[in-house]
Design a protein around this ligand. Structure first.
Ligand SMILES: Nc1ncnc2c1ncn2[C@@H]1O[C@H](COP(=O)(O)OP(=O)(O)OP(=O)(O)O)[C@@H](O)[C@H]1O
Length: 247
């Protein structure tokens, strides 16, 4: 097997609300090992810290304990728990990608250009980026009469397909997926599964939160179960046996 691309070692995240002097526990003692071409499903009860784990990798959240090693394309090992902001910005431009369930885009920009933008930002000529965007929109069954329209007025499922196309258009080595298919119907979900399988086959590693067990069984190579902090209800078992990765 190829060497891992991401390894978490007792990763912790808690929040401190200074004005209330209150500590909010989140992700607790997570260990995981993710290889190129693998998808690991992050599972666990609501509030256990699944999204926080992905945000620690993307570094919207700064981990409060443990290590989060990324093996970069040149083989260098970087601990995302301590990497500089500048380094993180560079990694987000080159190696990391993230798709959530929410589409954030500028008003008045066409759906086609919203999807093409990450490629344009990466230096791909506009015509070529639009061609690839059109291909993805077709694959995700977004009707062509919507391509020139700004997605602000789109239905939830349409917006989510735009968001997914935008999130998948730029090739990355590690992709984070936080419920990117939550509002999709069965047909669109199957299209998304096919696209994600192609990315896996091309070697993209993925950490994903899917609430739909059908997606987990269709795509996951293993599971990382995030359990609540031992101080929380349902968390006592995790004190002795924190989050284990199951193959
Ligand atoms: N920015 C923040 N400030 C304070 N607390 C936060 C913050 N982000 C998350 N939390 C808290 O961390 C805990 C874990 O949240 P998180 O969203 O990671 O859980 P989750 O497992 O993804 O939940 P769900 O399945 O319901 O989406 C929750 O108690 C949440 O209130």
């Amino acid at each position: 097997m190829t060497p891992w691309i991401l390894k978490a070692d007792k990763l912790d995240k808690h929040f401190f609300l200074h004005e209330q002097a209150r500590r909010i526990p989140s992700t607790f003692q997570v260990d995981l090992e993710l290889h190129p071409g693998q998808l690991l499903a992050i599972t666990g009860p609501s509030g256990a810290g699944k999204s926080s784990l992905l945000k620690c990798v993307w570094r919207t959240y700064l981990p409060t304990g443990g290590h989060l090693w990324l093996r970069e394309a040149d083989g260098a090992l970087t601990d995302l728990a301590t990497a500089s902001e500048q380094h993180m910005l560079a990694l987000r431009r080159t190696e990391l990608g993230s798709v959530t369930q929410f589409l954030h885009c500028l008003p008045r920009k066409s759906a086609l250009d919203v999807v093409a933008q990450p490629l344009v930002d990466a230096g791909v000529p506009l015509a070529q980026a639009r061609e690839r965007a059109a291909e993805l929109l077709r694959r995700l069954n977004v009707p062509s009469h919507l391509w020139a329209v700004a997605p602000a007025t789109f239905s939830g499922g349409e917006q989510q397909r735009i968001n997914l196309a935008r999130g998948l258009i730029r090739p990355v080595r590690l992709l984070l997926l936080d419920e990117p298919t939550a509002s999709l119907d069965q047909v669109s979900r199957d299209c998304a599964i096919a696209l994600l399988r192609e990315l896996k086959a091309a070697g993209t590693a993925m950490l994903a939160i899917f609430h739909d067990p059908a997606l987990v069984s269709a795509l996951a190579d293993g599971e990382v179960r995030v359990l609540p902090h031992p101080s929380l209800p349902g968390g006592s078992a995790s004190a002795d046996q924190p989050h284990r990765q199951a193959a």
